[in-house]
Design a protein around this ligand. Structure first.
Ligand code: B12
Length: 428
């Protein structure tokens, strides 16, 4: 594991001294940018395994304006994204394609011509249509999810493409079931929808003949979603959980007219996040990439802004990695479908959930075999015992420890001696 950077007390004191007008969208003050080093350190890796990972890191670094000092790294990431698109063509989900377009389109670089030469926006329009068709055929379930449909609309809107405003107004009504995952309002999803709807609302207002009725409906959706997001605010200022707070902050930055100052203490949220950074909570690239823009006052709505993405942020020298020989720990692991299949396995300390699953699979392939897919957040469990997750049925493999759902995936969750781990066949 990488050593974490401790946030000194002095730093916290400095934050509380920043004048309040500077905190309008509470970005981290330039003098204390070094607290963001662990995020940059996590994001700068030579090669990523998933295109969404590379695209979301590229988008994040471009948005915060890193490109001027670190051309080589950003050129490398952009090349990796373009190569994948050329190789995989249309074999991307709608949201993956949207993410690719946002990353390549950010900050008006030469990559813009790639978007147009490859007709990526027309492809995205088609993929969005396919999402809608799937919803009609499968009880309102999209091919992917509402987080991705929001990314689709956000991208089409930012790049001035066509979409039906009436469809958007109907689709993104706050009572739609797709905002809920496992019965719980998904802050990430709601926040991404607020960004998309804000873009649509702003562009409607710029048109000479505004579609009053749709505009009104869309603005009401934003208001309700913002309310739901704020109702997920925790005592320490996090919104939803650690990993949804970045998207929530972006959504709240662009929708400040829908809530009063007393409803959100942005500085408190920011300080809690900085503390979490110092504890290593954002030690995977997706997590780092999703929190960084908000900490520097940027949102995905800035992607096509005219002002150049410039800032004095530079990439830190990575700290040396220290290793020590691990001892063995013992954990209990179960697969739950209609029956429970359990095993005790021993793994080296510092192992992650995935190591436990591999060990169990080694000992009994029939009961513990599984498959994974590489995603932005690392390995995603797609099947266990040959039983596949399916978006049309809203089924998935849920991860739990001690009976509680985990907020990390199998590639990140570090297991402890005596843990009671489960993968549970669930519906969201
Ligand atoms: C939709 C969604 C789901 C859906 C995915 C199915 C579907 N219909 O698309 C469901 C509800 C099934 C789900 C499950 C889980 N999720 Co989820 N999910 C999301 C959400 C809201 C959007 C993902 C997305 O489409 N991204 C955009 C596309 C373009 O990128 P992508 O890489 O192609 O997306 C795929 C992966 O993200 C994958 N996926 C979804 N969740 C997770 C979680 C992990 C750990 C991994 C590796 C992959 C993964 O599904 C996406 C579609 O195929 C994100 C929010 C976010 N901020 O990203 C949370 C999010 C990624 N999920 C999260 C978590 C924790 C989980 C679970 C581990 C929860 C659990 N206790 O079981 C499980 C995954 C277990 C497994 N099988 O490996 C966390 C990850 C945090 C972290 N540090 O790792 C997030 C950030 C939510 C949060 N704020 O806590 N998720």
């Amino acid at each position: 594991m990488r050593p974490t950077h401790q946030l000194p007390l002095m730093g916290l004191l400095l934050f509380s001294l920043i004048p309040s007008q500077l905190c309008k969208i509470c970005e981290v003050n330039e003098r204390v940018h070094f607290h963001l080093d662990p995020l940059l350190d996590t994001m700068i890796q030579p090669k990523y395994t998933s295109v969404t990972q590379t695209a979301s890191v590229l988008l994040s670094l471009r948005l915060v304006g890193i490109q001027n000092q670190n051309q080589t790294i950003l050129k490398e990431f952009s090349q990796q994204v373009r190569n994948t698109v050329e190789r995989r063509g249309l074999d991307l989900s709608s949201g993956q394609l949207a993410m690719v377009i946002l990353a390549l389109g950010a900050c008006h670089t030469h990559d813009e011509s790639f978007i147009f030469n490859q007709h990526l926006l027309s492809h995205l329009e088609n993929k969005f249509k396919a999402e809608l068709e799937n919803m009609e055929e499968h009880n309102g379930n999209p091919l992917t999810n509402y987080y991705q449909l929001s990314l689709d609309i956000l991208t089409l809107c930012l790049f001035n493409r066509t979409y039906s405003t009436a469809t958007v107004a109907k689709l993104f009504a706050p009572e739609n079931k797709n905002y809920y995952l496992g019965g719980q309002f998904s802050v990430d999803t709601g926040a991404m929808a607020v960004l998309a709807l804000t873009c649509v609302s702003r562009s409607l207002k710029e048109q000479p003949k505004a579609q009053e009725e749709n505009l009104q409906r869309i603005d009401n959706h934003i208001r309700s979603l913002v309310k739901k997001i704020l109702s997920e605010k925790k005592e320490n200022g996090l919104i939803g959980n650690t990993f949804s707070t970045g998207a929530a902050m972006q959504a709240l930055f662009v929708s400040s007219k829908y809530y009063s100052e007393s409803e959100w203490n942005c500085q408190e949220t920011r300080n809690t996040i900085l503390n979490e950074i110092s504890q290593g909570a954002f030690n995977i690239p997706a997590a780092a990439a999703q929190i960084l823009p908000a900490l520097l006052g940027k949102t995905y709505l800035d992607v096509t802004k005219d002002s150049p993405c410039n800032s004095p942020i530079s990439i830190p020298v990575p700290p040396p990695v220290t290793t020590s020989s691990p001892s063995l720990i013992s954990v209990h692991y179960s697969v739950k479908i209609d029956q429970t299949y359990s095993i005790n396995v021993r793994v080296p300390s510092g192992s992650v959930f995935l190591d436990v699953m591999k060990e169990a699979q080694k000992e009994n392939r029939t009961l513990f075999r599984f498959t994974v897919e590489q995603s932005e957040w690392g390995p995603y469990i797609t099947s266990v015992q040959g039983l596949n997750a399916n978006n049309n049925d809203r089924t998935y493999w849920e991860l739990l420890s001690g009976g509680k759902p985990l907020s990390q995936g199998v590639g990140s969750y570090v297991v402890h001696n005596g843990d009671n781990l489960e993968v549970l066949w669930s519906k969201y």
